[in-house]
Design a protein around this ligand. Structure first.
Ligand SMILES: NC(=O)c1ccc[n+]([C@@H]2O[C@H](COP(=O)([O-])OP(=O)(O)OC[C@H]3O[C@@H](n4cnc5c(N)ncnc54)[C@H](OP(=O)(O)O)[C@@H]3O)[C@@H](O)[C@H]2O)c1
Length: 291
């Protein structure tokens, strides 16, 4: 799995297509998708066109999708997976993740709510039930690896211990303001890939891209703040997802190089702590476009 991944959580359909093509052309070979992003068709269109134009084989790219909360019932898993494959125009997935550990009321409504606006959770299915259904997908050769997203260490441990097919990857928010060191160490010891999203803090300002420590290192090493943040993530042993939306930013985010040890140490000493996504506590995403 290429450590540097391109994330496709992009609200606009036309931008999804252009940004995905730009990422492929810049050199990205790892693409992170989800049924919840409602743009798998656009990502698929861009990938098919980009592979054909660049003479790139399907086997040279790594594609992930994710099972949404309203499809946790075991009988809903394979149909949801097949629909993602169909929308992406692919015959297999390299990785399939359970998007969050929270089961919502089963059905086609991705955001089921009661009349007071409260989320309708499904208490009749466990995460392990859903995990067993993902294991079957691997058995049938439809996806090569499975994992979990928006998971805490407390939730990961029992799944890891009970799993017949162990989680290959976990995808969680992580950046210098949320290093998740304990979870990272747990993963490293067990050979689980820790895949960080929001490595640039979702590009929010003020935020990581303007952090004085990051800016000073960027000026010193002749890189941009984004390149410093991405290099730090890779050098601490995580994979990452980033979502540049222009060709220039795709090239910038792909063109990273190793930071000196003193720069890594400085970043590790940053004391600010901030979680940008509450999804890990509720299953409700914070950054999903409504369309
Ligand atoms: N599992 C989950 O629950 C979950 C949640 C969130 C995200 N994700 C995944 O993670 C992926 C990454 O998303 P992210 O928002 O965390 O990505 P990110 O790369 O940390 O942040 C994207 C933001 O950073 C800006 N940006 C990108 N490159 C830049 C650069 N070189 N200089 C300055 N600003 C830059 C973008 O601005 P512009 O828009 O102006 O280009 C955008 O606003 C998503 O696409 C998705 O696949 C997963």
């Amino acid at each position: 799995m290429p450590a540097l991944g391109f994330g496709t959580l992009i609200p606009d359909a036309a931008v999804t297509i252009s940004a995905t093509r730009d990422a492929l052309e810049a050199g990205f070979r790892h693409f992170d998708c989800a049924e919840r992003y409602r743009n798998e068709r656009e990502v698929g269109t861009a990938l098919q066109a980009g592979l054909a134009a660049g003479g790139i084989a399907r086997e040279e790219i790594f594609v992930t999708s994710k099972l949404w909360n309203s499809n946790h019932r075991p009988e809903r898993v394979e149909p949801a997976f097949e629909l993602s494959l169909e929308r992406l125009g692919l015959k297999y997935l390299d990785l399939y993740l359970i998007h969050t550990p929270f089961a919502f009321q089963p059905g086609d409504d991705q955001d089921p709510r009661d009349q007071n606006g409260n989320v309708l959770y499904d208490h009749d299915v466990t995460l392990l039930d859903t995990w067993r259904a993902l294991e079957s997908l691997v058995d049938h050769g439809k996806c090569r690896a499975i994992g979990l997203s928006d998971i805490t260490l407390n939730e990961l441990q029992p799944i890891y211990e009970s799993a017949r097919i162990k989680p290959a990857v976990i995808q969680v928010e992580s950046h210098p303001y949320l290093p998740e060191t304990e979870l990272l160490e747990y993963c490293k010891k067990r050979g689980i890939v820790f895949l960080a999203f929001a490595p640039l803090g979702h590009g929010m300002k003020p935020g990581l891209l303007e952090d004085p420590v990051i800016s000073a290192i960027a000026a010193r090493v002749g890189k941009t703040p984004a390149q410093v943040l991405l290099a730090w993530a890779i050098q601490r042993g995580t994979a990452l997802l980033t979502t540049p939306k222009s060709a220039a930013r795709a090239r910038e985010n792909f063109n990273i190089s190793a930071l000196p040890q003193d720069a890594l140490d400085e970043i590790n000493r940053i004391q600010t702590r901030q979680r940008l996504n509450e999804v890990v506590k509720t299953g409700v995403p914070g950054f999903i476009p409504q369309r």
